[in-house]
Design a protein around this ligand. Structure first.
Ligand code: S3P
Length: 432
């Protein structure tokens, strides 16, 4: 257990290279493991979640080299994984659990997935249902719809799945299982969630098409696949990690920050739209696209923020940034309303509850609702004891709040940032 003390800052200055994107790093290891040939991954995120994914595939016989400058995944092909000796430990990682389940359904061996207390209390029914519809044998070992999950060999067939939630993890689990089907697999979701799996499957040679419907729903369709082929992947910086420094650059007067090589895929960049809607200036420089993934340098100019409404199709594109958006809203002028975000309740913590608890501790006026929160922005946050509840995004969002608060804040279990941003505290100290 560690506690981090943070006081008011007179401005953050410098250039930041945020670590590689967590979602893309997971997918690069997964697809690399089941592709033919070697996948070379640069700017891989060596956070605890992605290391859990590496650990699982190593246990299934995949050779994965962690070099200084890159990760080399020596793929086994679609049907080359070996039965693991013992449980596959997924740690705190929902992405590992849900995506790997799709792959495990297509194997001819039994496997069991289990993680930490938070992971083992998150809902897995959302993947169990469609995977069973595909012919998979997936059971919640304790019968509570959560991990540990036992996955036994089954014959997988393609389905069309109408997902009740806009969740990239659900969509990806179905598409990855679809790699083992001998007919087409498709998923329609109520709004488009992050599309990294679709882009990477295309990049690895799968025949996948994606379409938007006039009512905002989105469909991804995967044709039967014989093999995937290893690729070079350069992972862009994680916009979810960049968001903390963008928010700090906007809320701490006197800041001057440039963030290099940040992923700006439109299915992830809702945070930048919200910044703009709150009156902030974040300028995109040096825009490029690699492997289908857009990226840019982001120049952050401090300024006055005002309240906004965040809802509907925008929510999936910023779901992980809502804790830090809530902090920005508390520092802004006027009311911010966040709705259609009930998914917040099933993240590493119930983030409606943990954001409310900590914003209130700092003196902010926040009303939790069934699917979001209402924040009366009036600035004037006070330093407080912040309970991270071991949720990396709560620890980092409230570190940002502490930078503009009066007096010192103490962030409990601050080491939980290791999940997605191991160098977060060092980077923050360097910029102060
Ligand atoms: C992720 C998808 C999101 C996100 C999570 C990472 C992914 O979850 O919150 O941190 O990599 O697919 P949902 O798909 O459940 O919304």
């Amino acid at each position: 257990m560690s506690v981090k003390n943070i006081g008011r800052s007179s401005g953050l200055k410098g250039t930041v290279c945020v670590p590689g994107d967590k979602s893309i790093s997971h997918r690069a290891v997964m697809l690399g493991s089941i592709a033919l040939g070697t996948t070379e991954i640069t700017n891989f995120l060596e956070g605890a979640d992605c290391l859990a994914t590496i650990g699982c595939f190593r246990k299934m016989g995949v050779e994965i080299e962690q070099r200084q400058e890159c990760i080399l995944v020596h793929g086994k092909g679609l049907r080359g994984l070996r039965p693991p000796a013992g449980i596959l430990d997924v740690g705190n990682s929902g992405t590992t659990t849900r995506l790997i389940s799709g792959i495990l359904c297509g194997q001819d061996f039994t496997s069991v997935l289990s993680g930490d207390a938070s992971l083992n209390s998150r809902p897995m029914g959302r993947i169990i249902t469609p995977l069973r519809n595909m012919g998979a044998s997936v059971t919640s070992v304790n019968g509570n719809g959560c991990a540990p999950l036992k996955i036994e060999p089954g014959r997988i067939h393609g389905i069309h799945y109408e997902s009740p939630v806009a969740s990239a993890q659900v969509k990806s689990a179905v598409l990855l299982a679809g790699l083992y089907a001998d007919n087409t697999t498709s998923v329609t979701e109520p709004s488009l969630s992050r599309n990294h799996t679709e882009l990477m499957l295309q990049n690895f040679g799968a025949a996948l098409s994606a379409a938007m419907h006039p009512d905002g729903r989105a469909t991804a369709e995967l044709a039967p696949c014989t093999e995937l082929y290893g690729r070079q992947i350069h992972v862009p910086g994680d916009i979810s990690s960049a968001a903390y420094f963008i928010a700090a650059g906007l809320t701490v007067p006197g800041s001057e920050l440039l963030l290099k090589n940040v992923g700006t895929n439109f299915t992830r960049a809702g945070f930048l739209t919200v910044c703009q809607n709150m009156g902030a200036r974040v300028t995109r420089l040096n825009e490029t696209v690699q492997g289908g993934e857009a990226r840019a340098d982001l120049l952050v100019t401090p300024g006055r923020l005002h309240g906004t409404v965040i809802e509907g199709d925008l929510i999936p594109s910023l779901i992980d940034e809502i804790p830090v958006i809530a902090v920005m809203a508390a520092c802004a002028e006027g009311t911010t309303v966040i709705r259609d975000a009930a998914e917040l309740k099933v993240k590493e913590t119930d983030r409606i509850a943990t954001v409310t608890e900590n914003l209130r501790a700092m003196g902010a006026c926040v009303t939790p609702t069934e699917d979001g929160m209402i924040i009366e922005g009036r600035g004037g946050l006070k330093g407080a004891f912040i309970e991270s509840h071991m949720d990396h995004r709560i620890a980092m969002a409230f570190a940002v709040a502490a930078l503009s608060a009066e007096g010192e804040s103490r962030i409990n279990n601050s080491q939980c940032v290791d999940v997605s941003y191991p160098a977060f505290w060092e980077t923050l100290d360097m910029l102060r």
